[in-house]
Design a protein around this ligand. Structure first.
Ligand SMILES: [Zn+2]
Length: 267
């Protein structure tokens, strides 16, 4: 197994630099498995978002200011590594927010492993927040869903789903509901040990500090505004913090550029 740490989107929110924050990235994983093809964890923005960003919404584009560079899309990076879109056999989105699911239409034949709750929420778009975060264009091609129930067996303080259909046992879904209804972290046992892609279960590396966790104010406000279940979100962040402190598992969020640098150096 070989793991590539990709950045599949860059976002430069208004006034971010005033708080000393780096641009937000979209940390995605491209996993070369021995017998199961390529596995992509999160997709960032897709080529369709770059060519026609209007469906992302004026508020999102104005406040979050995505860079929308086609060279950053997962598809272009897969190709740059010498693969084709069809070589990506499985996608594991941590959730279906627009900055995580934008690349789905670039891989229309790929199986998408997802909690049923998350898929149903993205298709229903029942609340104003869900209309903002889930974009119909990202699922209009009819992804090949492989839905799961939120349940599982114990793993490092969480429940987890093992035996994902068509995937090796070194890849697990870890329910971390809170940011969205069916948010997951993805745990992978790679050549350097276990790592956990925590998606948007937290946003800033300081939130995982073992003794004095903290979060820059703009990110704290953003998380409580966009979270669907604040109590579950905080509880899951605490469980990730305990895992970071008490195990050798390497944990990173989707959007922290320092964590991406760290994981690339480690890899
Ligand atoms: Zn996100």
């Amino acid at each position: 197994m070989r793991i590539h740490h990709l950045n599949c989107a860059t976002m430069c929110p208004v006034a971010w630099s005033l708080f000393g924050l780096r641009d937000m990235i979209c940390h995605c994983l491209l996993v070369e498995t021995d017998a199961h093809g390529l596995v992509l964890v999160d997709t960032g923005f897709g080529t369709g978002d770059v060519t026609d960003p209007s469906h992302l919404g004026g508020a999102f584009r104005g406040l979050v200011r995505p860079k929308l560079d086609v060279a950053e899309t997962a598809l272009r990076q897969v190709e740059a590594l010498g693969f084709r879109a069809a070589d990506v056999r499985h996608i594991l989105p941590t959730h279906l927010d627009l900055d995580h699911a934008g690349g789905l239409p670039d891989f229309p034949e790929t199986t998408v492993h997802i909690y049923k709750k998350e898929r149903d929420a993205a298709l229903a778009r029942a609340t104003w927040r869900e209309k903002e975060r889930y974009k119909t264009r990202h699922v209009a091609h009819g992804p090949k869903w492989e839905p799961y129930e939120v349940q599982g067996e114990p793993w490092n303080g969480f429940e987890c789903v093992r035996d994902l259909k068509g995937l090796p046992p070194e890849i697990l879904l870890v329910p971390t509901v809170g940011h969205t209804r069916g948010h997951v972290a993805v745990a992978i046992e790679g050549p350097g040990g276990w790592l956990v892609h925590a998606g948007d279960a937290y946003f800033h590396k300081d939130e995982m500090h073992p003794e004095k966790p903290s979060c820059p104010r703009p990110l704290a406000i953003f998380q409580s505004t966009m979270g669907i279940d604040g109590a579950s979100r905080r509880h899951n962040a605490e469980r990730l913090r305990v895992m970071a402190r008490e195990t050798k598992v390497s944990i990173f969020s989707a959007h922290d550029a320092d964590e991406l640098d760290r994981e690339r150096a480690r890899a």
